[in-house]
Design a protein around this ligand. Structure first.
Ligand code: 13P
Length: 334
């Protein structure tokens, strides 16, 4: 494969022990919601300012290997006098610039309540441009809903196929694909249901990745943890989540995948760290590195501290969360 060496190097750096990924790739509508929750207007300039405070936090590179950005952020710059483009600024700190390339989850025709992620049209050209602007990895998120009758196998296959097409296009362009099949936590289902759906989602995903010749050594998997539904009356213990997540992944993720970088998916920041820590402290000899690629679990405290003006307090909160999760990649967070 043309970019094999670069892909292997990038994937390896993304999941190096002690480091994880900061997901700061909220689309503008999602960012609007986050800003609204703290009473801040979501303008182009305010989004730039917020992303600037996250990315310029002093020492971020000690804990963070890469940052996922939305297209708007990818083309914005630091707000200091020098105005350095964010991808260039991150690269100067030895942090890999990443780009969200899907265009969102839309209704899947013929399957009420199910979603299909879009964004394949023109993707080859967009990836080539992002690479030239410094992107070394990308992200595509597929969502799988659970309720009494869902998910359908059809939705799982359609989403896995799109993820595989995206992944092969990324690798063709020297960009490591973060492959994100998110089984949502929403709902009152128990952890066993999440386990069953996550295992099946992974089986179908790896079947599609293999069908489309994706080099597994050059992807990063970004899954949900195996966890109780948010509204379930029975919330599984930290050990139970770690145990069932590891069991699911040992049986359904090939050993060639270099790393698994979990999403936080609506867990509290504390629990997301505790679960990752439990997996890394209690389970040895895993074939892949287990790390984080959190959005909310890294940013929530920072956002609450910021309130549109308090940059240094927000940076302090971000660094605290990043450090805790860095420790959790070693199973050393206490
Ligand atoms: P959360 O950690 O907030 O789930 O976000 C991660 C992400 O990138 C979702 O696509």
């Amino acid at each position: 494969m043309k970019h094999e060496k670069l892909l292997l190097e990038t994937a390896h750096s993304m999941v190096k022990k002690g480091k994880g990924i900061l997901a700061a790739d909220e689309s503008n509508p999602t960012c609007n919601k986050r800003f609204e929750s703290i009473g801040v207007e979501s303008s182009f300039a305010m989004r730039n300012d917020y992303r600037d405070l996250l990315l310029t936090a002093d020492g971020l590179e000690k804990y963070i290997s890469g940052v996922i950005m939305f297209d708007e952020t990818f083309r914005q710059s630091t707000t200091c006098d020098k105005k350095i483009a964010f991808p260039e600024f991150l690269a100067s700190k030895n942090i890999l610039p990443g780009i969200k390339v899907d265009t969102g989850a839309k209704d899947l025709a013929g399957f009420p309540y199910e979603k299909i992620t879009e964004g394949l049209d023109g993707l080859r050209e967009r990836l080539a441009e992002y690479f030239s602007l410094g992107a070394r990895f990308a992200k595509w998120r597929a969502v799988i809903n659970i309720n009494e009758t869902l998910p359908s196998v059809s939705a799982m296959i359609a989403n896995a196929h799109s993820l595989a097409r995206y992944a092969s296009l990324c690798q063709e362009n020297g960009i490591v694909p973060i492959v994100e099949p998110e089984v949502l936590m929403d709902g009152s289902h128990d952890i066993d249901k999440c386990y069953e759906v996550t295992c099946k989602t992974l089986d179908i995903l790896f079947d599609q990745l293999s069908t489309l010749n994706v080099m597994l050594e050059g992807i990063i998997l970004k899954p949900n943890m195996v966890i109780s539904g948010l509204k379930s009356n029975e919330q599984a213990s930290v050990y139970n989540v770690a145990d069932m997540t590891i069991k699911c992944f040992k049986d359904h993720v090939p050993n060639q995948v270099p790393g698994i970088a979990f999403l936080s998916g609506g867990q509290s920041s504390d629990l997301a760290t505790a679960h990752l820590n439990e997996m890394n402290s209690k389970f040895n000899d895993l074939p892949w590195h287990l790390t984080f690629s959190y959005g909310r679990a890294l940013q929530q405290d920072a956002l609450n501290a910021w309130l549109g003006t308090n940059r240094s307090e927000a940076q302090e909160q971000l660094l605290k969360r990043a450090k805790n999760n860095s420790l959790a990649t070693h199973g050393e967070f206490v």
